[in-house]
Design a protein around this ligand. Structure first.
Ligand code: HEM
Length: 434
């Protein structure tokens, strides 16, 4: 594996830095933490803002200012580990990914400078206002069609199947340029990436996921090759145009062909899974609080604020990772080079000296968008505008068409066991039939 390999499994779990407070028990994969991370994250933060979690082999950083320091100093805190499995891989899964043609390279979230900045010049152009504007019309139309089907089928409905899963996937796949007839196949490949890089799958699950990743990478390569010959009005074609204009990064500009393939591979997961969860989390926050939901129904222009308050209060991404490139000191704790760090967004987004009354969900909160759920600094989420737009449009349509919408009573929510992404596995909704 080269230094820029997209996923690098660790050989061992990380060690405790000497002098760092230690927690031997807690793991973000614990069932009670998965069910509701916020009280536990806040208690951990208040006890030791920085501590080593033995079950995870990571130093956990919980306070907003420390997390921001880390994001703003990428030369000390590299992002090269953000797509890696947390734990060592089973040899059989490693063998699947050892196939000669499984060679995606780090391009965006996990690529260090200066290459990351070089590549981001081209990827940022893909998220231009012009493309977002075109996508907004398509998004509203598709969301409307999916909602029509949900309403026609009648109350109650399972929201993920009806809208929260298909909508973000369709949007990002059309954005990239993948043909609609491949949607179901691509979605099935992307689903288990969450377990691979952020969970603790069994050896058998790892092998299945690794095979899916290999198939998906081969699909991405074949798709880019097709676009190389015949361009369309999509993100992949734009990247290939940029490649044609400046194909050799050796001079410090340009984007290589393998980098184009790898951007396509990476963005398809980043672009839909956390958005599905965000669409659900907005409703989990709003529907039980009828005053907030009614305020939104009365004034749909509150939808954007409701989305940001959800990203603070009940984010679809509750952590991210970094690794130190050299010895450093954070908050009085010495961290050797190679220290793996878990940035605990759940704790920071509920910090009382940053957000007044942090346990109150309030769509009128003035500083809700100071949440850290999209990161900060050079790797700040490229799709934040797209994600916010999708969640806002879904809320606008639902509040307009189904003001009586509510959660089906008595359901309990299951969360897929992983350290980073958070949204319910199923979400049952009901409404008064017109
Ligand atoms: C609610 C939905 C989303 C959340 C919570 C989220 C969160 C994040 C976070 C925390 C980062 C890392 C920031 C850092 O390291 O400083 C990130 C990076 C990124 N996200 Fe998102 N994201 C979401 C949706 C999207 C969408 C829809 C796309 C694309 C279609 C996308 C594409 C990316 C890319 C390409 C990066 C890497 C940027 C870089 O390294 O320069 N994300 N996102």
């Amino acid at each position: 594996m080269t230094g820029n390999t997209y996923h690098r499994a660790p050989e061992t779990i990380g060690k405790a830095p000497s002098g760092c407070p230690m927690d031997r028990q807690w793991s973000p994969l614990d069932p009670d933490y998965l069910a509701d991370p916020y009280p536990i994250a806040s208690a951990l933060r208040d006890e030791h803002p920085i501590f080593y979690a033995e079950q995870l082999g990571h130093v956990v950083v919980t306070k907003m200012d420390d997390i921001e320091t880390i994001f703003m100093n990428p030369d000390i805190y590299a992002s090269t580990n953000v797509q890696d499995p947390i734990f060592p891989l089973a040899p059989e899964a490693a063998a699947v990914l050892g196939a000669d043609d499984f060679d995606p390279i780090a391009v965006m979230s996990n690529r260090p400078e200066p290459d990351h900045a070089r590549i981001r010049v081209y990827t940022r152009q893909g998220f231009s206002n012009r493309r977002l504007k075109t996508l907004e019309e398509y998004m509203r139309e598709r969301a409307g069609v999916l909602l029509d089907h949900m309403i026609e089928a009648g109350s109650p409905a399972e929201y993920i199947r009806a809208l929260a899963f298909p909508l973000p996937a369709e949007i990002v796949f059309r954005f990239i340029g993948f043909p609609p007839e491949d949607d179901a196949m691509i979605k099935s490949w992307c689903v288990n990436r969450k377990a691979f890089s952020w969970g603790k799958p069994t050896a058998a699950e790892q092998i299945e996921i690794a095979n899916g990743m290999l198939d998906y990478w081969r699909y991405c390569r074949a798709f880019v090759a097709e676009r190389r010959d015949v361009r369309a009005d999509d993100f992949c074609s734009e990247l290939l145009d940029a490649h044609d204009a400046d194909p050799d990064p050796a001079n410090g500009t340009g984007i290589s062909y393998r980098e184009v393939e790898s951007v396509v591979y990476g963005i398809s997961f980043a672009g839909h899974d956390p958005v599905t969860a965000l669409l659900c989390n907005t409703l989990l926050c709003l529907l039980p609080r009828r005053d907030q939901w009614n305020a939104l129904c009365a004034d749909p222009s509150l939808a954007a604020a409701a989305v940001d308050e959800t990203l603070r209060f009940e984010s679809s991404q509750v952590s991210w990772r970094r690794i130190t490139t050299r010895p450093t000191n954070l908050g009085g704790i010495d961290l050797p080079a190679g220290t793996r760090i878990l940035l605990n967004f759940a704790a920071a987004n509920h910090q009382a000296d940053v957000f007044e009354a942090p346990e109150t969900f309030d769509i009128h909160r003035a500083n809700a968008n100071h949440h850290i759920s999209f990161g900060k600094g050079i790797h700040f989420c490229l799709g934040s505008g797209l994600a916010r737009m999708e969640a806002r449009i879904a809320l606008e349509l639902l509040s307009e068409r189904l003001p009586s919408l509510r959660l089906v009573e008595g359901q309990s929510f299951e969360y897929f066991p992983n350290i980073t992404f958070r949204g319910p596995d199923v979400l049952h909704l009901e409404w008064d039939q017109q």
